[in-house]
Design a protein around this ligand. Structure first.
Ligand SMILES: *[C@@H]1O[C@H](CO)[C@@H](O)[C@H](O)[C@H]1NC(C)=O
Ligand SMILES: *[C@@H]1O[C@H](CO)[C@@H](O)[C@H](O)[C@H]1NC(C)=O
Ligand SMILES: *[C@@H]1O[C@H](CO)[C@@H](O)[C@H](O)[C@H]1NC(C)=O
Length: 454
């Protein structure tokens, strides 16, 4: 019976393929229309139904409708830009409930954009977008609209904090103006959520909101951040030479895309032998990048790409730009005004827990209104994405259901965020426990779960 169902799902997919997908690089939808810079931030510039159905690995995603919206935003230095966002409407849609889910693109090439990768017919290189879509299923089942932007922007500026945060906030603005197309009410409530690369965009959005989009305070219920990247240098140090080493060239290309002078100084400091090898970082999407650069050393070891080593990241032009893109260097003007939920695995080998612990102390000492930290004592980075999602989703649903977020600060260590976070429903537990670890294991070469215990 199950086999037959799978076969029919497969057939349905074949028929769902109506037009071949055009990669974003060649798709004029992604280009801002003339005079777009005159439109206010968050204005909708173009709309279309997604060219193909959305899929989750090999099954179509059971939703009512989906669109892509191009909207006006601005990059890290205030230059006008246009961003593409995907909007998903579930069958039993609730026009006042929106989840803004920032997926981890983690790469510096526009052809790795989530809006493209979410669809049937997207190349295997974008597979992590579809893997990440599995986190949306509980929300869709409960009738939430999902919005998910290509927050890295037209230049694919991976780890550019302001570009990403601006894009998320303008995406919320655009969604709240999209009622005629999508049915989303202008007074809808919105929660932000992101893990790892997605936490950069979501975290920056929360920090920039008070100054960049003060009017959104009435819509934004809160922001859940997992594997929260607050300090890029710390991630570079811990990943160099290891399984996640590929994040380094992908991120350096991302910043090079946003800042010309970053690119120039980086090139001046590169061992000439490594130029071709390093340039692959602007070509590859996340999964391919991890595979290609696995175990490579960029700042340490004998044959490193940057002979100056980690010092390069600490001073001069490079140091200044990296500082500008770390949440840990923001002053209290950027203290989030919306409730924040942090969840993190103690053994995180990509984002050392010291970073989010430090930000917790910082924000609490500045008097943040509501900040909850759920530390998980058993997991590392990939494991916590799954286990912690049960807690994050529960926290988000509670807010939508009218629960009051905690007052002030609360830091709790639990053995496991899925089993022990209070109020996680059985269905949520079972859903996240049922994730296909084998697929991830396959992509990540079986290394990702060394210390993750689920
Ligand atoms: C994209 O990069 C190009 C080349 O560096 C730059 O001229 C342009 O301003 C950037 N655009 C945006 C929107 O960031
Ligand atoms: C960021 O991480 C680097 C590398 O571990 C460390 O030297 C620096 O002190 C950290 N910055 C902050 C503000 O915590
Ligand atoms: C150093 O690494 C680069 C890039 O992978 C490679 O092309 C080169 O052959 C290596 N050199 C040595 C001496 O191993």
């Amino acid at each position: 019976m199950r086999k037959i169902a799978i076969f029919y799902a497969f057939l349905a997919n074949l028929y769902a393929l109506q037009i071949p997908l055009v990669p974003p690089e060649q798709d004029s939808f992604y280009l801002p229309p003339p005079n777009f810079e005159l439109a206010p931030l968050g204005s909708i510039l173009r709309v279309r139904p997604t060219p193909n159905k959305l899929v989750n690995i090999c099954f179509t995603f059971e939703i009512k409708r989906s669109w892509q919206i191009l909207y006006r935003s601005q990059n890290s230095v205030g230059k006008p830009t246009a961003i593409v966002m995907t909007i998903m409407e579930p069958y039993n849609s609730h026009p006042s409930r929106v989840l803004s889910y920032q997926t981890f693109q983690d790469s510096a090439n526009i052809n790795c954009s989530p809006s493209y990768g979410f669809q049937y017919g997207a190349p295997l290189s974008t597979i992590t977008s579809q893997l990440d879509m599995r986190f949306l299923v509980p929300a869709l089942k409960q009738g939430y609209y999902i919005i998910s932007s290509d927050y890295e922007g037209f230049n694919s500026s991976f780890v550019a904090g302001r570009q990403s945060g601006n894009a998320v906030l303008d995406g919320v603005r655009a969604a709240l103006q999209s009622q005629r197309t999508t049915g989303i009410e202008s007074t809808a409530k919105v929660a932000l959520w992101g893990y790892s690369g997605g936490s950069i965009a979501s975290g920056w959005a929360a920090c920039l909101q008070p100054t960049y989009a003060p009017e959104l305070k009435q819509n934004l219920l809160g922001c859940a951040l997992g594997g929260f990247v607050t300090n890029i240098t710390a991630t570079a140090e811990i990943t160099d030479g290891g399984f996640f080493a590929g994040l380094i060239p992908l991120a350096l290309h991302g910043l090079s895309n946003e800042y010309q002078e970053f690119k120039r100084v980086l090139n001046e400091n590169m061992d000439p032998q490594h130029v071709d090898f390093f340039s692959q970082g602007s070509e590859r999407c996340f999964a391919g990048g991890l595979h290609f650069f696995k175990s490579r050393s960029f700042f340490s070891g004998v044959n490193r790409t940057f002979p100056r080593g980690f010092d390069l990241l600490h001073d001069g032009t490079i140091g200044k730009i990296i500082q500008d893109n770390c949440v840990c260097h923001l002053d209290r003007t950027f203290l989030p005004q919306i409730p924040i939920f942090l969840y993190h695995g103690l053994f995180d080998e990509v984002v050392p827990i010291l970073g989010p612990r430090h930000i917790f102390q910082q924000w609490c000492s500045w008097g943040i209104e509501s900040l909850e930290f759920a530390e998980d004592l058993l997991t590392a980075h990939v494991g916590q994405q799954i286990v912690g999602a049960a807690a994050a989703w529960t926290w988000i649903e509670n807010l939508f259901n009218g629960a009051k977020p905690i007052k002030g600060c609360e830091y709790t260590q639990r053995l496991n965020n899925l089993y022990f976070y209070p109020g996680v429903e059985q269905e949520t537990k079972e859903y996240f426990l049922g994730f296909e670890f084998s697929i991830l294991d396959y992509i990540f070469g079986g290394k990702a779960f060394d210390i993750s215990v689920v």
